[in-house]
Design a binder for this molecule. Structure first.
Ligand SMILES: Nc1ncnc2c1ncn2[C@@H]1O[C@H](COP(=O)(O)OP(=O)(O)OP(=O)(O)O)[C@@H](O)[C@H]1O
Ligand SMILES: [Mg+2]
Length: 262
């Protein structure tokens, strides 16, 4: 469909990177002094690329995503993005007193979309996430999967060239998650948006991405990366997905053993 999203994708063709992370380190002040959480991370996301960031719990994935989002600053190094990224988290963070449609319209309003255009755009975005007809539904009337669809539509309403997703499907049941994987893959292909997607689920990382980047723990470093050239649409149970997942899991296990995590 011809939304402003397609326009965003066209516009990014001349830009070299959707995100460029260069020698980024991040420390937090802790009881035992400064704790180094991320150590010298260098990573690019190309325009239109889908990258998953994989790592054990606590390795610094959310910290890195927050830095890319501009919610916090690196201790050293630099991050540049092609415009302001849109964000989507595990918790939908929709406003419960607004309907699905109005939640999306609020994002459009903040972006400066004219009042008389907002309703139509919100309906288009709801259709894109296959929630046509849910404009007037309140958040409590929606299932967990539907709420995440609205949250995705709201993130897309920002018309960003880069979508940052932090375990957005982690709280959903396996079947709903599977459906949303399909939807996200379709929307990514349709809109040309770049995606940096955080997960600790290896299969999910392989199911979705063109490139899987594995972070080590304590401190988080880029341990290894894999290009995933399995054709889309993939299924999480496909043999090549399972095979690569097994290989990555082995590396992740070894990494976790080395750092004494469970
Ligand atoms: N604002 C903060 N102040 C102090 N320490 C922090 C802060 N944010 C994160 N940390 C620490 O940084 C480390 C990495 O946390 P982060 O949330 O990035 O991990 P994660 O990889 O996203 O984990 P999970 O998979 O469980 O979500 C943790 O040890 C955490 O306690
Ligand atoms: Mg996290």
């Amino acid at each position: 469909m011809a939304t402003a999203l397609a326009k965003a994708a066209e516009g990014s063709a001349s830009v070299e990177h959707a995100a460029r992370i260069e020698h980024v380190s991040k420390s937090f002040a802790g009881p035992a002094g400064q704790q180094l959480v991320l150590d010298d991370i260098t990573l690019d996301v190309a325009p239109g690329e889908f990258v998953t960031l994989l790592g054990a719990s606590g390795c610094g994935k959310s910290t890195l995503l927050n830095l890319v989002a501009g919610l916090d600053r690196p201790s050293t190094g630099s991050i540049t993005t092609d415009g302001r990224p849109a964000l989507m988290f595990q918790e939908h963070a929709l406003f419960p007193w607004l309907t699905a449609g109005k939640n999306i319209e609020l994002a459009l309003k903040l972006r400066g979309v004219a009042k008389n255009e907002r309703r139509g755009r919100a309906e288009e975005l709801l259709e894109l996430v296959r929630l046509k007809g849910s404009y007037g539904k309140r958040v409590h009337e929606l299932s967990g999967g539907m709420r995440q669809r609205v949250a995705l539509a709201r993130a897309l309403a920002q018309d960003s060239r880069l979508l940052l997703m932090d375990e957005p499907f982690a709280a959903l049941d396996a079947i709903t998650r599977d459906v949303l994987h399909d939807e996200l893959t379709r929307i990514w292909a349709e809109t040309g948006v770049s995606v940096l997607f955080v997960t600790h689920n290896v299969r999910e990382a392989v199911r979705l991405a063109q490139r899987v980047v594995l972070l080590s723990s304590r401190p988080g470093r880029v341990e290894r990366e894999w290009t995933v050239d399995i054709p889309q649409p993939r299924r999480i149970e496909d043999a090549p997905v399972a095979e690569l997942s097994r290989e990555i899991t082995e590396v992740l296990r070894g990494e976790i053993r080395r750092h004494g995590q469970h």
